[in-house]
Design a protein around this ligand. Structure first.
Ligand SMILES: *Cc1c(COP(=O)(O)O)cnc(C)c1O
Length: 229
């Protein structure tokens, strides 16, 4: 067994335990393997161990990996900050974008999605309290923005995403996740057919699953520590 396949097993065990503790079915929490900075060979090893969905943060690196590994039939999620002059390669290569935070980006992705492809799956990134970066829309803007994005022709709005500041204790970790889940429930109550709550990373997947995450984005716990750029 390679270290990557052993790590994947350990992450699945954490997901299963967290789901059980929350009275949820582990099948309702999917794992996105975040392969940013890791070479295509690492993705191959994870794919050989059964992992299907991969997340990338940087446009150039991500597009190159998608092309190199096309024959494997994997699902590719763009999860990093996205500038409006970089939307085209993302719309052309990826299956999902988790980091949509303003209308201009959503409009460009919809316009640039190739005609022969299924709609691009997107999540609206929300800057919940304690967000680690400045990215994400304000929670007050989320409802109007989500409705406008859901109306675009070549996108399919799947849900919400957040990246909170790392916190030590589980209660502090859970607070921003709870805020995102409440927003998600509000949007669903208003009729948007959302099914994805993208939250939780290597250090806080338990807290995210306790608050209802349907997709956790895990890099370090699968591939190891990234070298600092
Ligand atoms: C890097 C990254 C992850 C994975 O983080 P780890 O702590 O390595 O698990 C998840 N989501 C986003 C948006 C990231 O940039």
């Amino acid at each position: 067994m390679t270290p990557i396949s052993a790590n994947l097993q350990a992450v699945h065990a954490r997901i299963a335990a967290a789901a059980r503790a929350a009275g949820r079915d582990e099948k309702d929490v999917s794992l996105l393997a975040v392969s940013k900075t890791w070479p295509a060979e690492c993705v191959r090893l994870a794919a050989a161990a059964g992992q299907h969905a991969f997340g990338e943060n940087y446009v150039q690196e991500g597009v190159a990996k998608v092309a190199e590994l096309e024959s494997l039939g994997l699902a590719w999620h763009f999860i990093g900050p996205l500038q409006s002059n970089k939307t085209r390669p993302v719309a052309e290569s990826f299956d999902w974008v988790h980091s949509v935070e303003r209308m201009k980006i959503a409009e460009r992705l919809s316009e640039q999605r190739p005609a022969g492809k299924s709609p691009l799956n997107v999540c609206l990134q929300v800057n919940v309290s304690g967000e680690a970066s400045k990215s994400g829309c304000a929670p007050e803007e989320a409802v109007a923005l989500a409705k406008a994005i859901a109306a675009l022709p070549n996108l399919r709005l799947r849900g919400l995403m957040c990246i909170p500041e790392p916190a030590e204790d589980v209660e502090a970790q859970r607070r921003p996740f709870r805020q995102l889940r409440e927003l998600y429930e509000q949007l669903r109550a208003e009729g948007l057919p959302l099914d994805t709550l993208s939250m939780g990373m290597s250090h806080d997947i338990e807290a995210a699953i306790a608050e209802g995450a349907t997709m956790v984005r895990v890099g370090t716990a699968i591939f190891g520590e990234r070298s600092k750029a």
